[in-house]
Design a protein around this ligand. Structure first.
Ligand code: NI
Length: 173
């Protein structure tokens, strides 16, 4: 299990760098990310959330049904003009959920853990999770896509819900 960094930690807002070595260390990291995501009952997890500023995220929208995909150096090539609302949450902002407006369809290009390139078309939940995780690689959280008032409300809700959980670090201002 890797530590999941929470709202207020710098690594969540820092830029990520490209993966250049497709070695055993990368495979171990990706395996650990899948394990950590499963343990936390999430459907997606990006490397900055485990303190690694690299262009990596994993998704599993049908938990346990062999729908696991690792995206290395992803790039969203196309987004559809049709936008849809969907309620999002984030393992880095536990206890906080809000509707976010995003494109329904996407086309994404990425590499797998062996460096093999692939292109994927996605819609529905898979598209949504991919867009959310891809944002993490740009230091962007789903609450950053809300208007300022809603954003600030979500931050206060997070602070209130996580205040009494024995966190060593206090949320920076
Ligand atoms: Ni997230």
């Amino acid at each position: 299990m890797l530590e999941i960094y929470k709202l207020g930690e710098d690594v969540l807002t820092e830029p990520t760098t490209k993966v250049t070595e497709f070695d055993s260390a990368l495979k171990m990291l990706v395996d650990a990310m899948f394990e950590t995501m499963d343990e936390a009952e999430g459907v997606g997890l990006a490397a900055p959330q485990v303190g690694v500023s690299k262009r990596i995220f994993v998704v599993d929208t049908r938990r346990g049904e062999d729908e696991r995909i690792a995206f290395i150096n992803p790039e969203i090539l196309e987004t559809s003009p049709d936008l849809v609302h969907y309620e999002e949450g984030c393992l880095s902002i536990p206890g906080v959920y809000h509707d976010v407006l995003r494109p329904f369809h996407i086309v994404i290009h990425a590499q797998d853990v062996n460096g093999k390139a692939f292109t994927l078309k996605a819609d529905g939940l898979l598209s949504r999770v991919i867009q959310h995780e891809n944002d993490h690689l740009y230091g962007k959280l789903f609450i950053d896509r809300l208007d300022q008032d809603e954003h600030d409300l979500m931050v206060r809700l997070f602070e209130r819900k996580n205040r009494n959980k024995g966190k060593k670090k206090r949320l920076g201002r």
